[in-house]
Design a protein around this ligand. Structure first.
Ligand SMILES: NC(=O)c1ccc[n+]([C@@H]2O[C@H](COP(=O)([O-])OP(=O)(O)OC[C@H]3O[C@@H](n4cnc5c(N)ncnc54)[C@H](O)[C@@H]3O)[C@@H](O)[C@H]2O)c1
Length: 362
C-alpha cells in the first residue's frame, strides 16, 4: 500500500532539485499535505525560485508551504523544526553539491553532507520514537558518483561496491552509509536513491548545461575539460523528482534505488547538441558557437564514465522517464532564455567572488 504523508520536511528546497521537487509535489503529483522547506540559503540556495509557490501555498495562500532558514548541522534548529511542524517524512536534499568546489574546499562537504545528514537522522530517530514502520519515512537523495568510475562498458547497479573518488562523492557515500546504518541499527524507516546527472530549470549556472547555455548567450568561450570524452548519463529533473516521489510512496524501507536517464552522452557530443538547440531557440549561428569551444586542463580525479542501471526502480515500482533528451534540453534552454534576471541575480554576491578567486584568477 502506498504511504501517505501529512507533513514533509524537504531539506535543500531552495536549491535546484529541491525547488523543482516542491513545485512538482504541489502542482503535479497531487500531494495534499504540508511542506516545510528547511534550507540554509548558501550561495546555491535561492528562495526566489519558489516565490510563486510561496504566494500560492504559503501562509497568505493555502497555508501548506513553510520556509525555515536553518542549517542542517545545527541540531537545535533541526529539533525546533521537528517540534514546530511534527513532520512524518523527511526528503533530504540539502548538500554541498558541486564537485569542483569539493576539490578546492572539501571541509564544507564533510560538515554539511556527513555531519548534517547525521544530525537530521539523529533528530528524526528521537522525534519518531515509538512510531512504527509505515508511519514515518526518511528519504535520502544521493548520487551515482558514490560508485566511482566505469570503463567503456558496464553499469552501476544497487549492488555495485561504493568507490568514491572526489571529496563530494566521498561525503555523499558517507551520508548514504549513515542512512542505512540508522535503519539497521535503530530501525529508522529509510529509503535511498542514487541518481545520475540532472538538468532542467533553476539549476545553478556553475553546472555544465546552464553554464554552457549562458556562455553561449553571453559571447563567452565554451570550456570543455580534458579531451571532452567523459561520459555522463543525463536525466530531466522532473523525471528524477517523479522517481523520488514514487520511492517515498512505495519503496521498500531499507532499500536503495538507482535512478537514471538511460541517456549517456560524451561531454563534447552533448555540447554539440546543445549548440544546435541554443542556435535554433535564440537565433544564433551554430558555427560561431562551435568556434568558441575551448579545451581546458582536466579536473583532477575526473571520473571517466557513469552509467546507471535503473531496472530495479522500473521493475519493482513501475517508474519510467517521461522526457526525451531533446525535449528536456529545449525546455531548459527556453527556461534560461526567459529567466535572464534570475541568472543575473544568482550569479552575484558570494558566487561571483568564488568564481573570481578560484577560476578567473587561476
Ligand atoms: N544535481 C545533480 O545532478 C544531482 C544528481 C544526483 C544527486 N544529487 C543530489 O541532490 C541533492 C540536491 O542537489 P542540487 O543539485 O539541487 O544541489 P544545489 O547545490 O542546487 O542545492 C543544495 C541546497 O542545499 C542547501 N544547503 C547547503 N548546505 C546546507 C546546510 N548546511 N543546511 C541546510 N541547507 C543547506 C543550499 O542552500 C541549496 O539550497 C544533493 O544532495 C545532491 O547530492 C544531485
Amino acid at each position: 500500500m502506498a504511504r501517505s504523508f501529512d507533513t514533509i520536511v524537504v531539506t535543500g528546497g531552495a536549491g535546484f532539485i529541491g525547488s523543482n521537487l516542491i513545485r512538482y509535489l504541489f502542482e503535479k503529483a497531487g500531494y495534499r499535505g504540508r511542506i516545510v522547506n528547511l534550507d540554509a540559503l548558501t550561495y546555491a540556495g535561492n528562495p526566489e525560485s519558489l516565490a510563486d509557490i510561496a504566494a500560492k501555498y504559503g501562509q497568505e495562500g493555502e497555508g501548506r508551504y513553510f520556509f525555515v532558514k536553518a542549517d542542517i548541522r545545527d541540531r537545535a534548529s533541526v529539533e525546533r523544526v521537528f517540534a514546530d511542524y511534527r513532520p512524518d517524512a523527511v526528503c533530504h536534499l540539502a548538500a554541498e553539491s558541486h564537485v569542483d568546489r569539493s576539490i578546492l574546499g572539501p571541509e564544507a562537504f564533510v560538515t554539511t553532507n556527513v555531519i548534517g545528514t547525521f544530525t537530521l537522522l539523529d533528530v528524526a530517530k528521537e522525534a519518531w520514537k515509538g512510531r512504527g514502520e509505515g508511519e514515518t519515512l526518511f528519504h535520502h537523495v544521493s548520487t551515482d558518483e558514490v560508485y566511482g568510475s566505469l570503463g567503456e562498458t558496464g553499469y552501476f547497479t544497487e549492488e555495485t561496491p561504493y568507490d568514491p573518488r572526489s571529496p563530494y562523492s566521498a561525503s555523499k557515500a558517507g551520508s548514504d552509509h549513515l542512512v542505512m546504518a540508522y535503519h539497521h541499527t535503530y530501525g529508522l524507516p529509510v529509503t535511498l536513491s542514487n541518481c545520475s546527472n540532472n538538468y532542467g530549470p533553476y539549476q545553478f549556472p556553475e553546472k555544465l548545461i546552464p553554464l554552457m547555455i549562458l556562455n553561449m548567450l553571453e559571447g563567452k568561450p565554451l570550456p570543455v575539460y580534458g579531451d571532452g570524452r567523459n561520459i555522463r548519463d543525463w536525466l530531466y529533473v522532473e523525471d528524477h523528482n517523479a522517481a523520488v516521489w514514487t520511492i517515498m510512496q512505495r519503496g521498500e524501507s531499507g532499500r536503495s534505488y538507482n535512478i537514471g536517464g538511460e541517456n549517456e552522452w560524451e561531454n563534447i557530443r552533448l555540447l554539440g547538441r546543445l549548440i544546435e538547440i541554443v542556435a535554433k531557440e535564440a537565433g544564433l549561428d551554430a558555427g560561431e558557437l562551435r568556434s568558441r569551444i575551448t579545451y581546458v586542463k582536466d579536473r583532477p580525479g575526473h571520473d571517466r564514465r557513469y552509467a546507471i542501471d535503473c531496472s530495479r526502480l522500473k521493475r519493482e515500482l513501475g517508474w519510467a522517464q517521461a522526457h526525451s533528451f531533446d525535449e528536456g534540453l529545449a525546455e531548459t534552454v527556453r527556461w534560461y532564455l526567459a529567466h535572464k534576471d534570475w541568472c543575473a541575480r544568482v550569479r552575484s554576491g558570494e558566487y561571483r567572488r568564488w568564481v573570481e578567486t578560484n577560476y578567473e584568477r587561476r
